[in-house]
Write a new protein. Structure first.
Length: 257
């Protein structure tokens, strides 16, 4: 049976046709192959049985209803947009898989504790011990965890400034400091309080998962959420979590001895 139109590239698709999802893309490619002067509009019709018809000119018939009309240029743009969205979804899915693998690697490599704090760092550590213990008690954190984070972030240097603009003992970004009510970001007392409050927030956000809280402290909680509540596949963040966990293991070992 001949189709209900006589166009050079008219396409009909039954509702149960397995090729149906591909027909619109095929039509776009055909349109793109034509000279600019003869590129037509594209019409999509559906009949009462659910069959789909694509045509380069209007069709008539009481059994047909026009679903949409597009220029071939618009169809090509929509097809490109859909392809890019599909590619992004694939990349994000692969990143989530890699994040799970990297999380396992972090757990394995963090089993070996760091060397104990010594020398001038030990002196700086002692200088801020009372502030660390007070804020650990205030926010329901272990002093060992705050020591591990501060050792990783600044090596107990109150004037530390990163290339990204993170400041002080717990390397607070100005926006994070403001978020948690830090008035003077360079004050050791204020800095430790703000960093402790942020860690408490992250632990609550990620249901007590220390690895994710540390990843959020380094990369931001939205980065952790983006990768399906896994450690983001960023080398810096992976190394950061690993380093803090090693320092934490050393703190706990020193406390037991």
């Amino acid at each position: 049976m001949s189709p209900p139109f006589g166009t050079p590239f008219g396409i009909q698709s039954r509702r149960d046709d397995p090729r149906r999802p591909l027909l619109q893309g095929v039509l776009v490619l055909l349109c793109l192959g034509l000279p600019a002067a003869v590129v037509p509009d594209v019409y999509k019709y559906v009949d009462k049985d659910g069959n789909v018809y694509f045509s380069d000119e209007p069709l008539s018939g009481a059994h047909l209803s026009l679903e949409w009309k597009r220029t071939s240029k618009r169809l090509a743009a929509e097809n490109k947009q859909q392809s890019e969205a599909h590619r992004r979804r694939q990349e994000e899915a692969m990143a989530r898989v890699q994040a799970r693998l990297d999380s396992h690697a972090v757990n394995v490599s963090a089993a070996r504790p760091s060397a104990p704090v010594s020398g001038s760092m030990s002196e700086r550590r002692a200088r801020y011990r009372h502030l660390i213990e007070a804020n650990a008690s205030r926010y329901g954190l272990s002093p060992a965890l705050l020591h591990a984070v501060i050792r990783t972030e600044s090596a107990y240097k109150a004037n530390a400034l990163s290339h990204a603009g993170a400041c002080g003992l717990m390397q607070l970004m100005p926006a994070t400091a403001a978020r948690f009510g830090v008035g003077d970001i360079w004050s050791p007392a204020e800095n430790i309080r703000g960093g402790s409050a942020y860690l408490r927030f992250l632990l609550d956000l990620f249901d007590g998962d220390l690895r994710l809280a540390l990843a959020g402290y380094n990369a931001g909680e939205n980065a952790v959420k983006k990768f399906g509540n896994q450690i983001p596949p960023y080398r810096e963040t992976q190394d950061y979590v690993r380093k803090v966990l090693r320092h934490l293991a050393a703190e706990r070992l020193a406390h037991r001895s």
